[in-house]
Design a protein around this ligand. Structure first.
Ligand code: BTN
Length: 257
């Protein structure tokens, strides 16, 4: 049984919150599961099918890390069954980061730490992990996993994590925020061109023009983030050369790594 009190995420409290588009047109709610990635793979996937839960016992983060998934957070995965129709696969992450940032910005000013952390000041409010998979044989499918720190709190072991509740001082309506995030991503996905996404993403991106440290081929390299390129990669200048970085660990001076 899902929690059904006050502002907690619940399948019984969503009548007033509706998806505007394809993402979230079919939502499967769960209480505790291992991971929304595991669950969505067990379900009949259509474009926009979404799984959301109140807690995960085995939430996964980027670069093989785990994702703390206690009650009060929003843990969701949605499927895009034909993501390359509009945007190249790596760019989907950029689209989603912008969508989440715009949704969270209505509560409190936030930025994007390339490629897809949503931060408030120096603290992380949300992480996004996109996986490519195949459903129904060989059809390409992107599974976008989003973990949002809405009302959850963190142990001292995670000093760089915070929640919307902590930064606003107010309890967050998790059902409302859940659909606002889906609708925000759906709007951008459906209506924006790649240029529009990139130009808005850059306005929120904290890395641009800042000193960044990159873990690259096992070594740490410090340089400057010069640009975010049309494929979503980061243009990095280490003083000797300028090159595009597609993924990996990047820390921004003064912000958590
Ligand atoms: C990151 O490391 O920043 C990405 C974190 C992604 C966490 C979300 S929570 C919902 C979905 N299910 C998971 O197991 N992980 C993602």
């Amino acid at each position: 049984m899902l929690t059904d009190i006050n502002n907690k995420l619940s399948r019984n409290k969503t009548e007033s919150f509706k998806p505007n588009g394809i993402i979230g047109s079919k939502v499967f709610f769960y209480d505790e599961i291992t991971s929304t990635f595991d669950k969505i793979k067990e379900l009949p996937i259509e474009n926009g099918t979404t799984v959301v839960c109140t807690t995960q016992t085995s939430g996964s983060g980027r670069l093989g890390r785990s994702w703390e998934s206690s009650e009060g957070g929003i843990y969701l995965t949605f499927a895009l069954t034909n993501p390359c129709e509009k945007f190249d696969m790596p760019f989907i992450t950029i689209v989603c980061a912008l969508g989440v940032a715009k949704a969270l910005n209505k509560y409190s000013p936030c930025d994007i730490k390339w490629p897809n952390d949503i931060i408030s000041g120096t603290k992380k409010l949300c992480g996004i992990l996109t996986k490519n998979t195949a459903v129904s044989g060989s059809v390409a499918c992107a599974l976008v996993g989003i973990g949002v720190n809405a009302n959850n709190s963190f142990s001292k072991a995670l000093p760089y994590a915070s929640s919307l509740k902590a930064v606003t001082g107010k309890e967050i309506d998790e059902n409302k925020l859940f659909f606002e995030i889906l609708n925000s991503i759906d709007y951008i996905y459906s209506n924006y061109s790649q240029d529009m996404v990139l130009s808005e993403y850059k306005k929120h991106c904290i890395n641009l023009g800042r000193e960044v440290t990159l873990v690259y081929e096992g070594k740490e390299v410090t340089g400057v983030c010069k640009d975010i390129l049309p494929d979503g990669s980061m243009l990095f200048d280490d003083g000797e050369s300028t090159f595009a970085v597609c993924s990996g660990e990047v820390s921004v001076k003064g912000i958590y790594s």
